[in-house]
Design a protein around this ligand. Structure first.
Ligand code: NAD
Length: 476
C-alpha cells in the first residue's frame, strides 16, 4: 500500500480555501483571482563574512494587493522556500481580512540559520537583504510592511527600519516601513507579546461560549485545563506564560527542538524559558520528565494543544493519535489539510491559524497607525479622561460626607478608576476587541450554516467574503 501523499504547505492552504469557496457564490473567475499569489520575488545576494563571500537566498511574496500596503512577517530559517512563503502570504491575506486589518497579504523569508551567525554578521546580512527589498519597493510604508516571524524579532526590525531610513532620507513616514520594532525605535507597547496575548484572548473568548466548549467535548472554564505547547519562542512562550499565570491553566508539556518536558502538575514556563536561554534546549531541566522524541508529546492527553513552532507538525502520520479535543493553531499551518480531515471526523475542534495568531498583525496595525500619526496612543486624551473621572470621584466623596461611614468608596476602586488609559491599556483593549469580534463572526457562520461544521471553514468564509467585497468595490 502506498502512503497517501501529504500536500505541500501551499497546496494545503489552497485545499482548505477550495473547501470553503465551494460553499460560496462568487462571480466567475474571482475565486481564482483571490486564491493565486500575485508575485514572488527571489533574491540571491552575497555578503563578505569570515574572509569569504557567502551567498544567501531570500524571498518576498505578495499574495493579494486588494488593499495596500501588503503585510506579513520575515522568517529566518533553513527550511524557507518559495512554496512556504507563498502559503504564508496567502494566510496573511485571509488573516488581515478576518480581523479587519486594512492590508493585503505578503510574507518574506531568508534561508539562513540565525544561530550560526554572530550579531554583527546578522546585521550585515539583514541590512543587505533589506536593501534588496527596499530598492524594489518590497519594503515601503505605503506598499509593503514586514514584521517579525520565526527567527526574527525587534532587533532585525530595527535594522530594517534604519536601512530604509538611510535609503529614503526624505520620507517622514519611514518608521511605518516595518512593524514589530523596539519601543525606543518607533515600536508600540505590547507588540512583542501580541501574538501570544492574542492566543490567550482567543481561548478566553472560546470559553465564554459553553456551546462551543461542549462541541469540543469539554465543560467549564479555562481554569485548570491541561495545555501542551510546542515551541517556546515568541508566540509559544507568551501564550503559555499568560495562560498559566493569569488563567489557571497547567502547562503539562513543552516541546522544543531537542525534545520535550512533561510534568502533569504543571511546568514553570519562565524557568523553562530561562533554562533554554542558558543551555540552548530543554534537556537537563531539573523538573519534569525529559523525552528526546519531543513530537510524541503532541499526542499526550490534555485539553488544549498549542502548536506554536512551525507548519506541518500535525499530519497524516500522527493525526489519529492526537488526543487533545481542542487545538489552537498559534503557528501558521501546523495542521496539514489531510490531518485536518482526520481531526474533523474525530470531532476535534480546531481554532484556525488565520484567527488564532492574528494578534501579531493586529498590534502591528496599531503600530503602523502610530508611526503614521507620529503620536503615541493616549497622549492627548489620557489626562482629560483622568480629570473627568476625578470629577465623579469628588462628587461621590461629597455625597459620602452626607451619607455617613457606611458609604465609603474602596481605595482600589478609586485608584483604578482615576487612572486614564495609556498606550499599553489601549493596545490590549484594541486587541481584545479584535479577537472577540473576529471569533464571534466565525462562530456565527459555524453555528448558523448547516453546511459549515468547523471553525476553519467558517473563518475562510468570513475572510473570503471580505476580500471579494473589496474587489467588488474596485469594480472587478
Ligand atoms: P520563534 O523563532 O520566536 O520561536 C519558534 C520556537 O519554536 C523556537 O523556540 C524554536 O526552538 C521552536 N522550534 C522550532 N522548530 C521546532 C520543532 N520542530 N519542534 C519544536 N520546537 C521547535 O518564532 P515565533 O515568532 O514564535 O513563530 C512561531 C510560529 O508562529 C510560526 O509559525 C510563525 O509563522 C507564527 N506566527 C508568529 C507571529 C509573531 O508575531 N512572531 C505572528 C503570527 C504567527
Amino acid at each position: 500500500m502506498t502512503a497517501k501523499r501529504e500536500p505541500t504547505f501551499r497546496e494545503s492552504v489552497d485545499l482548505m480555501f477550495n473547501r470553503a469557496v465551494a460553499l460560496m457564490e462568487l462571480p466567475p473567475g474571482l475565486e481564482e483571482k483571490i486564491r493565486v499569489c500575485n508575485a514572488t520575488y527571489t533574491v540571491r545576494f552575497g555578503v563578505r563574512l569570515r574572509g569569504q563571500i557567502h551567498t544567501f537566498t531570500g524571498y518576498r511574496s505578495v499574495h493579494s494587493e486588494h488593499m495596500e500596503p501588503v503585510k506579513g512577517g520575515i522568517r529566518y530559517a533553513m527550511g524557507v522556500n518559495q512554496d512556504e512563503v507563498e502559503a504564508l502570504a496567502a494566510l496573511m491575506t485571509y488573516k488581515c481580512a478576518l480581523v479587519e486589518a486594512p492590508f493585503g497579504g505578503s510574507k518574506g523569508g531568508l534561508r539562513i540559520d540565525p544561530r550560526e551567525w554572530e550579531e554583527h554578521e546578522l546585521e550585515m546580512i539583514t541590512r543587505r537583504f533589506a536593501y534588496e527589498l527596499i530598492k524594489r519597493d518590497l519594503i515601503h510604508p505605503a506598499q509593503n510592511v514586514p514584521a517579525p516571524d520565526m527567527g526574527t524579532g525587534e532587533r532585525e526590525m530595527a535594522w530594517i527600519a534604519d536601512q530604509y531610513k538611510r535609503m529614503a532620507t526624505t520620507d517622514i513616514n519611514y518608521r511605518a516601513c516595518v512593524t514589530g520594532k523596539p519601543i525606543h525605535g518607533g515600536g508600540i507597547q505590547g507588540r512583542t507579546e501580541a501574538t501570544g496575548r492574542g492566543v490567550q484572548y482567543a481561548l478566553r473568548e472560546f470559553f465564554r461560549h459553553p456551546e462551543d466548549v461542549a462541541a469540543a467535548g469539554m465543560s467549564g472554564k479555562l481554569d485548570g485545563k491541561r495545555v501542551v505547547v510546542q515551541g517556546l519562542g515568541n508566540v509559544g512562550y507568551h501564550a503559555a506564560k499568560f495562560l498559566s499565570e493569569e488563567d489557571g491553566c497547567k502547562i503539562t508539556a513543552i516541546i522544543e527542538r531537542d525534545g520535550a518536558l512533561i510534568d502533569e502538575s504543571g511546568l514553570d514556563v519562565e524557568a523553562v524559558r530561562n533554562w533554554i536561554a542558558r543551555h540552548g534546549g530543554v534537556d537537563g531541566f531539573p523538573d519534569g520528565t525529559y523525552i528526546a522524541d519531543g513530537s510524541k508529546a503532541l499526542e499526550n492527553a490534555c485539553e488544549i494543544l498549542i502548536p506554536a513552532a512551525m507548519e506541518g507538525v500535525i499530519n497524516l502520520e500522527n493525526a489519529d493519535r492526537i488526543k487533545a479535543p481542542l487545538i489552537i493553531e498559534a503557528a501558521n499551518g501546523p495542521v496539514t489539510a489531510g490531518a485536518d480531515d482526520i481531526l474533523r471526523q474525530k470531532g476535534t475542534v480546531i481554532i484556525p491559524d488565520m484567527y488564532a495568531n492574528a494578534g501579531g498583525v493586529t498590534v502591528s496595525y496599531f503600530e503602523w497607525v502610530k508611526n503614521l500619526s507620529h503620536i503615541r496612543f493616549g497622549r492627548i486624551g489620557r489626562r482629560q479622561e483622568e480629570a473627568r473621572h476625578q470629577l465623579i470621584v469628588d462628587e461621590l466623596e461629597r455625597l459620602d460626607a452626607h451619607l455617613g461611614e457606611n458609604w465609603q468608596m474602596s481605595p482600589h476602586f478609586k485608584q483604578q478608576y482615576l487612572r486614564g488609559a495609556g498606550e499599553l491599556e489601549l493596545v490590549r483593549s484594541g486587541l481584545d476587541d479584535t479577537m472577540r469580534s473576529a471569533y464571534q463572526a466565525m462562530r456565527e457562520v459555524w453555528h448558523n450554516r448547516q453546511d459549515v461544521t468547523d471553525l476553519r471553514t467558517a473563518a475562510y468564509l468570513v475572510s473570503i467574503a471580505k476580500v471579494a467585497a473589496s474587489y467588488r468595490a474596485m469594480g472587478l
